[in-house]
Design a protein around this ligand. Structure first.
Ligand code: GDP
Length: 544
């Protein structure tokens, strides 16, 4: 059931207004679609489980990785996945919380970090930046944050592992502000230093939420709500310092401002322990109260698609060969507008062809579940999606086509060729196909020729996917040689000759026409930039 538009907190968070009987609009306002951006080991899997514990899981799309002693969603996709014990096919977990529907879209990390990790961020409306209190900002978090910033995705910051000795809370906030220019506006302040986590001071009313540990963090941590006086009596100095620090924050203007949050300038901060389930409900409450619900999106013609308009969706990820028996292809779309009903025939904007959605799924890997309907913000997997690639649009009339997903900054580069020269034709066909699908970026230059193009990737796993699919689907055995480049910059025709003359630099044209200069390392890049200020060198999205 849906709440009335005028009482729904989503309205405060910038939700679209629409007539009361409009199902898609009402459902859109109930929804929060977000991703967790973090560095491996910050606690993303633990937090995912903790969030699910506080909510009612509707469907699980392999978002929780198969870690020891945890619920594992093993899919049988590719041998390498089995060998590594990672779930390449993770995508989305859906649950209800307080009459809201939450879609948590997984950002593959660890060894499965790839261009898909960045593409996931084109499918969400908000992000939770999860930071390990002992470590602060780490490299993968920084890269993912850059993508959020570039796309205007508002960020809620969660400082995790507060149950363990770590840094001081003010020091952590300083680091966020200084290194990434995001102004932290804590909603809650920890009572007790890192390692002595007693509860949270709610800054809006100076209330105290006191948590009690449960055995192994297996159940929701009981909360006691006390007023300031009772909190002072109970926690003494720990409460006093929390109050003082919170007042200090107010003096420096570190209070929540909804407009600045939505503009990506500030970030509400919550201290938590995913392991003990402390602060987890507060994360959900924050997302529900402040994170933006699905919003209208512009088409390439500049016309915007309202959430209550007829169905439309964007494909943000495609996986091939997940089921070895069927060699099918699964495309994941995020619903942008309207109501999706399984079985409806929609149009694929890029080809103009009809696309039947008889096999629409929410759960995959081994537990594929059929989805019957979906609304703006929801993630749906489509089977037999051979023509679909990341960035493609599906719609019901009237026609809409959304902007393509940009390519992201690659950091791994390898030359690829067919082992046998006799396979050249199949090799060419295969590499073009994989390029079109967005499996890797393909770079070429005259010096290297067509028989051995260069693959550029965000994560090295993308190369493994290419070689595995070359073999399995095209019967081509390949040879891959890693190149010693680690940084790419966009350049132009005028600067190309000057760059090619430099040591440790090579210029390529990507299949989308963008000219890229590859550098052996960032020091070489910095040196060349300094010595040759006339050369055009632009960072790519998420470039480190
Ligand atoms: P991921 O790599 O980001 O998915 O991280 P995991 O959820 O697997 O957590 C990494 C490690 O940190 C595991 O050993 C977790 O038990 C531990 N961990 C996660 N959250 C917390 C927390 O809040 N407190 C403590 N002490 N440990 C945590």
């Amino acid at each position: 059931h849906a709440s009335a538009p005028n009482t729904d907190p989503a309205t405060a968070a910038g939700g679209a207004h629409s007539p009361g009987n409009d199902a898609a609009g009402v459902q859109a306002r109930r929804r929060r679609t977000f991703a967790v951006i973090s560095h491996p080991d910050a606690g993303k899997s633990t937090l995912t489980e903790a969030l699910a514990l506080h909510a009612r899981v509707i469907s699980e799309a392999g978002a929780v990785h198969g870690k020891a002693g945890r619920k594992s969603t093993v899919s049988d996709w590719m041998e390498m996945e089995k060998a590594r014990g990672i779930s390449v096919s993770s995508t989305a977990l859906q649950f209800t919380y307080d009459d809201h529907v939450i879609n948590l879209v997984d950002t593959p990390g660890h060894s499965d970090f790839s261009e898909d990790t960045y593409r996931v961020l084109t499918a969400v409306d908000a992000a939770v930046m999860l930071i390990d209190a002992g470590k602060g900002l780490e490299p993968q978090t920084l890269k993912l944050f850059q993508v959020c910033k570039h796309r205007g995705i508002p960020v809620v910051t969660v400082i995790n592992k507060w149950d363990r000795p770590g840094r001081s809370p003010l020091e952590l906030l300083d680091e966020i502000e200084e290194r990434i220019g995001l102004i932290p506006t804590p909603l809650y302040w920890p009572v007790g230093i890192a390692g002595d986590f007693r509860g949270l001071l709610r800054r809006s009313d100076e209330g105290f939420i006191r948590f009690t540990r449960t055995s192994g963090g297996a159940t929701v941590a009981p909360e006691e709500h006390l007023d300031a006086e009772a909190a002072a009596a109970r926690e003494g100095d720990a409460w006093q310092s929390a109050v003082e620090e919170s007042e200090l924050l107010s003096e420096t203007g570190a209070d929540h401002d909804q407009e600045m949050y939505l503009a990506g300038q500030t970030s509400p901060v919550i201290f938590a322990s995913a392991m003990l389930n402390f602060g987890v409900r507060q994360i959900l409450d924050t997302l529900v109260a402040y994170a933006p619900p699905p919003r209208a999106r512009d088409g390439v013609d500049g016309k915007s698609r309202q959430v209550s308009d007829p169905f439309s969706a964007v494909v943000f990820k495609v996986q091939a060969g997940m089921d070895t028996a069927h060699r099918d292809r699964l495309a994941f779309m995020r619903v942008v507008s309207g109501t999706f009903e399984r079985g409806m025939v929609v149009t694929h904007a890029q080809t103009g062809r009809p696309f039947a959605t008889k096999y629409a799924l929410t759960v995959f890997g081994r537990d594929r579940n059929t989805v019957e309907d979906a609304y703006p913000g929801d993630i749906v997997g489509l089977v037999n999606a051979n023509a679909l690639a990341p960035g493609h649009t599906l719609y019901s009339d009237p026609r809409i086509e959304f902007a393509p997903i940009p390519s992201f900054a690659p950091e791994h580069f390898a030359m690829i060729s067919a082992r046998s020269a006799g396979k050249y034709k199949q090799f060419r066909k295969a590499i073009d196909q994989l390029d079109t699908e967005g499996v890797v970026q393909v770079l070429r230059n005259d010096a290297r020729g067509d028989a051995s193009p260069v693959m550029a990737a965000v994560g090295p796993m993308q190369f493994e996917v290419v070689t595995a699919r070359m073999q399995a689907e095209f019967g081509v055995e390949t040879v891959v040689n890693n190149l010693g480049y680690t940084v790419a910059r966009e350049t132009d025709k005028e600067s190309a000759p000057g760059l090619n003359r430099q040591r440790g630099v090579e210029v390529f044209t990507r299949s989308d026409g963008v000219i890229l200069a590859l550098f052996s390392d960032k020091w070489r890049l910095q040196y060349i930039e300094k010595e040759n200020p006339e050369l055009t060198l632009r960072p790519l999205v998420a470039a480190s």
